[in-house]
Design a protein around this ligand. Structure first.
Ligand SMILES: [Zn+2]
Length: 471
């Protein structure tokens, strides 16, 4: 089966064919850094990170761009409330976001363009739209004239007449028609502004993504992804602006959208006040548990947040890490020469690929990982009994494939060697082993729990005690 994605534009799964052979151009709408990012954001960026990793795993070369909206109404308002310069406020939250992305093992984008650093590209795109007769200036503002763009509403499956029904231009608004949207806004007193052919002002929100995506990826590119709440009006407007400016269709070949994170079935949102920030989540859970939790539901479905689900994710991950550790320990003393996969491993690898090819079905891909883990355990037992070179080869292949596929999902474990932990922890591990040998299980358990508090996980396996740091 070929790689297929659910294209929001087509409302169905389509075979993925990039414009240029094995090169993929990809854009994801970034954050507006006016507050801490929450698990809804984590889901979005982890999902598209896995898409990017999987494309790379499948042999594609990916150029990945993600913008930062470092000036907008919310930033200006929040900065004003906190008596901060908007730039200082947006920098604080975008720096925080950047370090959270790194902790969540999200591979960095090739570029993180910022609005304030791309004003000339934005102005020139607005000028092109005006030249093509689809935007007008009105008293220092510039608006996109929606009626002029025949395909408006195609992505969100809305009819222009339905959209404008009952709407009118409100008193004090400068636009000609209620459906028109701002490309450029005249500066209000006390707001940051840039010089433009229409006077001092700043860009509307939607234009930045059109200007910055095409600046780095060209007028037409392969994948545009984001949360499903962006389909309308943001992505609809991006299409209108980009195609009006370049006169080329389609602006984007594949539109991909991820679902919401819900809390007891309500959407997690700043406005609803029911959100957990990434920062808070990382204080209680490991980055891998958060990733696993997010990937255990298909990206287009709603994902319901609960502590129980996160705990379950942690335990599931542990069992795969445990398998990898045991394989490593057994293989350490052996030498293996192999580069071709044997049948049983290949079969499970193909199950993983088949799931991911089908619109990134991560829950099924994870199920394939567990099958591989089970196979690894069987082979481990067989090897311990027979010590044949065939079973050793199977162990080697199962291990290599397990590690590789965990990496595709960004779930690889962070192992610390004994040498890198403090002397105190080393002593505790030894004390626990002594307690176990003396059959003082109460004491052994107490030490284990103390270590757990410090983020050190101990596991007793047939090969002896294994441990790792969970941070
Ligand atoms: Zn955008």
């Amino acid at each position: 089966m070929a790689l297929r994605f659910y294209n929001t534009m087509a409302r169905k799964k389509e075979v993925f064919k990039p414009q240029k052979g094995k090169r993929v151009s990809m854009y994801v709408c970034g954050i507006t850094p006016y507050d801490a990012s929450h698990l809804g954001h984590a889901r979005c960026y982890i999902t598209w990170d896995v898409l990017r990793r999987y494309l790379e795993f499948s042999g594609y070369q990916v150029t990945f761009i993600q913008n930062i909206t470092d000036i907008d109404d919310k930033i200006i308002r929040r900065a004003h409330e906190q008596h901060l310069d908007p730039k200082t406020l947006s920098k604080k939250f975008s720096d925080q976001f950047e370090s959270e992305l790194a902790r969540l093992r999200i591979k960095p984008a090739d570029q993180y363009p910022k609005v304030t650093e791309n004003i000339p590209a934005i102005i020139s795109m607005i000028q092109q739209i005006i030249q093509h007769g689809m935007a007008y200036e009105q008293d220092g503002d510039v608006y996109f004239e929606v009626k002029k763009f025949k395909a408006y509403g195609t992505l969100s499956r809305q009819n222009l007449n339905d959209l404008i029904q009952g709407k009118r231009v409100e008193h004090g608004e400068k636009k000609r028609h209620p459906e028109d949207f701002a490309l450029w806004k005249q500066a209000k007193p006390g707001e940051p502004f840039w010089k433009s052919p229409w006077g001092n002002g700043r860009p509307g929100w939607h234009i930045e993504c059109s200007a910055m995506s095409t600046k780095y990826l060209g007028n037409q590119f392969d994948i545009h992804a984001g949360g499903q709440d962006l389909i309308f009006p943001h992505h609809e407007n991006e299409i209108a602006q980009s195609e009006a400016a370049s006169q080329k269709k389609p602006f984007v070949r594949y539109w991909l959208h991820n679902g919401f994170v819900t809390v007891e079935k309500d959407k997690m949102a700043k406005s609803a006040g029911n959100f957990m920030t990434i920062h808070e989540a990382l204080q209680i859970h490991s980055p891998q548990s958060i990733r696993y939790f997010i990937l255990s539901t298909h990206y287009r479905h709603p994902l319901d947040y609960s502590e129980k689900a996160l705990e379950q994710s942690k335990r599931s991950l542990e069992s795969i890490y445990n398998a990898i550790d045991r394989l490593e320990k057994t293989m350490k003393k052996q030498t293996v020469n192999a580069d071709s996969l044997n049948g049983p491993v290949e079969m499970r690898l193909q199950a993983f690929i088949h799931a991911m090819d089908d619109d990134l079905n991560t829950p099924l891909a994870i199920a394939a990982l567990f099958q591989l883990r089970d196979y690894a355990f069987q082979q481990l037992e067989a090897f311990q009994k027979t010590k044949t070179s065939d079973t050793l080869l199977s162990l080697y292949e199962a291990h290599r494939t397990l590690v590789q596929l965990m990496d595709v999902l960004g779930l690889q474990q962070q192992t610390k060697t004994k040498a890198s932990v403090s002397k105190e922890i080393k002593e505790q591990i030894e004390a626990r082993e002594r307690a176990r040998k003396n059959k003082d299980f109460k004491k052994a358990d107490a030490i284990r729990n103390e270590l757990l508090q410090k983020g050190v996980v101990l596991e007793d396996t047939p090969e002896g005690i294994q441990w790792r740091s969970d941070s």
